[in-house]
Design a protein around this ligand. Sequence first.
Ligand code: DAH
Length: 376
Amino acid sequence: MSLDATIGSLKAEISAAVAAAADEGAIEAVRVAALGKKGSVSALLASLGSMAPDERKTAGATINALKTEVTALIEAKASVLKRAALDARLAAERVDVTLPVRAPATAEGRIHPISQVIDEITAIFSDMGFSIAEGPDIETDWYNFTALNFPEGHPAREMHDTFFMAPSPDGVKRVLRTHTSPVQVRTMLKSNEKPEAAYLTPAIDPPIRVVMPGRTYRHDSDQTHTPMFHQVEGLVIDKQSHIGQLRWVLEEFLKAFFEVEAVTLRFRPSFFPFTEPSMEVDVQCDRSGAEVKIGEGTDWLEILGCGMVHPNVLRNCGLDPDVYQGFAWGMGIDRLAMLKYGMNDLRAFFDADKRWLDHYGFRPLDLPTLFGGLSS
Ligand code: DAH
């Protein structure tokens, strides 16, 4: 075949392929087949090398003209296809700017009343100069009972409806802590750590003023009890701490927490192994309406347990009861939350029902502070 004939048929062939290319991928394939390293037009150009100089001159001009023509043809089609692809994408990905904006997490999310109440308690006691401490949920029998002056086999151990852990290989008996009181023990032990161990955990020297919120566990479940619940413990140790201070701290706390001008407390004798004397505290309230009102009325509501720390507990924690004395108290956070925010079924706290949380939850950025208002 003459060169002209070859060029003619190649041009026809490439033109047909260009016309048939329906998308960017197809036109790229046509380009590679014609102009790529092993393309048909490139092969023709390579054949110039084996031609006689005269022949090469005319053939070179014709083949290069073909190359220019084919290149233009392919580029034109490629740009048409590129434009078409962009138009198709823009049509498919169009954003409907009239759609409502989705609310951000800070507007939708809610803080659980338990978390809110823990933050409120922390804010109040921090303002009174207390530190916050925490301990483990899985506690040894020694911290949960023995150190707190519960003798081995004492009925009070059963009164706690304890969840006992399976015996562990190290022989240490463990329980799910039945109260936050073991954190008292941990705090006092830390306070008189030997100097060589002090670098491990910074020691808190007496006077100790600490509150300890956390989860607690008992085998119990009804409208006002759940197997997991929350307590907050308070502990003050000094050389001259006394019940008058205990009473003041509790009154100040309850006034701040319930956001009322005054509260009236009633102390009743009670028994806890770790305090002597031990007392239960009732707060005056009005229960005539749908909601319990604290600080008014003629009713009494039991709200916490407290007492002077038993000398045995001080001794177990390495403090000399002839030098130090202190007071402690413990109360249910869930119960405080129910009273303050008018919820009547504790089990709902742990149902993870979004409608309940929307109703009783708190906005994430409304942090409770004494100056900004605890629950406003
Ligand atoms: N730990 C007690 C309980 O769970 C509550 C309690 C009572 C804590 C008296 C105290 C206290 O610190 O002094 O029933």
